[in-house]
Ligand binder design. Structure first.
Ligand SMILES: Nc1ncnc2c1ncn2[C@@H]1O[C@H](COP(=O)(O)OP(=O)(O)O)[C@@H](O)[C@H]1O
Ligand SMILES: [Mg+2]
Length: 260
């Protein structure tokens, strides 16, 4: 199962990705979590210890590696470079494993549309394709906010996409934009997850206004989420209400994917 997690900035993509990853790992699944945000923070949300985090860096920023593999310097436009560099060793070499979750930081370059032809884009595109053929049971891709970069290269390899929304019209508006873009590139298995839901009115609002996608479930708004962040403890360990909701959402996701 390969799932991308998207949504407007700050809605809770990283929080949800970390929760689902840990739920799946604790159920005994092999999990690969990929952080595609240029300012990665999934490691923190998963509670990776400092010594492991020190070994992580976004692939898109590994200038020497990009040069070694593509034969050209990062940022070079035009000229010759390998458009399908060797990447098969990268997931193992540059990821770290903690509590059953393997984490890889990709970083982000503008791969949206057919636009960027540069060594780092070639590298990431090839890496994405490589990830698509991996045998990890669960692959979760924590996306960068916004929709522009939602290019073919990025989402071609996922089975489904979760769109995180808050109970606001603005985040539903972004969800609708993401839906159109995803549909344009042939990705039609889209699910909503409501986050920061404070009461029945807010969940009813999301149900009533959903832009035509099934809702997998809701995560409550809980001040303990920020507290977990301050304390440096994963939400999964610190906030039972979110952990339980995430277990239900994961079960629902697996059921709907099985029924496909
Ligand atoms: N259910 C929640 N209740 C309260 N705060 C939350 C909740 N989910 C996320 N947050 C907070 O919202 C902020 C953004 O969350 P994050 O997961 O980083 O969003 P994104 O990855 O979409 O930018 C963080 O400060 C996080 O602690
Ligand atoms: Mg994030």
């Amino acid at each position: 199962m390969k799932i991308a997690i998207t949504g407007k900035g700050g809605v809770g993509k990283t929080t949800l990705t970390a929760l689902i990853a840990q739920v799946c790992a604790d159920q005994g699944h092999e999990v690969l979590a990929v952080d595609a945000d240029p300012s990665p923070c999934l490691a923190g949300a998963l509670g990776f210890p400092d010594e492991l985090r020190a070994r992580l860096a976004p692939i898109a920023e590994m200038d020497d590696l990009i040069l070694e593999r593509t034969g050209a310097k990062k940022g070079q436009i035009g000229g010759f470079f390998t458009i399908n560099p060797r990447v098969d060793d990268i997931p193992e070499r540059f990821s770290v494993l903690h509590r059953g979750v393997r984490l890889l930081e990709m970083g982000s370059v503008e791969t949206g549309g057919s636009g960027c032809i540069c060594p780092e884009a070639a590298m990431l595109k090839t890496l994405f394709t490589n990830l698509m053929f991996r045998k990890d049971e669960i692959l979760l891709l924590d996306m960068y906010a916004g929709v522009e970069h939602l290019g073919r290269a990025t989402v071609d390899f996922v089975d489904a996409m979760l769109i995180v929304v808050e109970p606001t019209r603005r985040s539903l508006g972004t969800a609708l934009q993401i839906k159109k873009l995803a549909n344009d590139i042939g990705l039609n298995r889209l699910y909503l997850v409501g986050n920061k839901v404070r009461n029945e009115d807010e969940s009813a609002f999301l149900k009533a206004e959903t832009p035509g996608m099934p809702i997998l479930g809701f995560l409550p708004a809980d001040l303990a989420v920020q507290e977990a962040d301050r304390l440096g403890i994963p939400v999964y360990d610190h906030v039972q209400s979110l952990r339980v909701s995430a277990e239900n959402i994961t079960a629902q996701l697996m059921k709907m994917e099985r029924d496909q």
